[in-house]
Design a protein around this ligand. Sequence first.
Ligand code: 6SD
Length: 273
Amino acid sequence: MRLDVVTIFPEYLAPLNVSLVGKAAARGRLDVHVHDLREWTYDRHNTVDDTPYGGGPGMVMKTEPWGDCLDDALAAGYEAGAHGPVMVVPTPSGRPFTQELAVELSEKPWLIFAPARYEGIDRRVMDEYATRIPVYEVSIGDYVLAGGEAAVLVITEAVARLLPGVLGNAESHRDDSFAPGEMANLLEGPVYTKPPEWRGRGIPEVLLSGHHGKIARWRRDQAFARTAQHRPDLIERTEAAAFDKKDRETLSILGWQPTPDGRFWRRPEAVEE
Ligand code: 6SD
């Protein structure tokens, strides 16, 4: 996979050379190209922003540096044999970045990230490139960053770990909280490793039992309890058919009840902080 990032803070992307993403790059699974947007300015002050039409606070990123830089990045990528580019623009007004979208992006051969600063990028840039390549405007969460670079790091890490050969074994993805399958839509429960006692704290007996069935059941119960506490929305949107008999008992103890439309619902007064 080829990755291009266009930014006024190229140093901010230094973590792309570290850890899992860095290793994927070193091993040739990722071909990373970071571009300093200011190199596509031609005035003395390397201006990338200007005042907003219609007035208002802050500044807006100008069309020309983005257009010239993106044109060059696209040309260089095609020249190097890349194809199928997708532009990814982090913004609080984008579609939510989910595990599903991470999987979709991990299947693309080429991602071009356009992290903004100031009040954002002149709308015409996204509109122009959307006539040429898919443009995904993506939000990593309902909070406001000062710029898109941190979101690029988040998206890149979530995508890179899905690339074949990057995590090491396919098993590693199977239990991901948001991966499809048995533990779909459940948050992961606690994990433990040696020593068996630390500062007077032991580990749950069942994990030492060697009884794989009991361990799987315990893990699922833990996942349920955690999900019900922190993400009741995940349980509410899951079809009741996805829950087995023991799941239903657990949900019942936690104050959830079945609804006629085949889901589960928790009485608001049953919520514990
Ligand atoms: C000015 C940006 C770009 C500012 C952002 C994205 C999310 N989910 N929160 N904040 C963001 C992205 C903020 O450029």
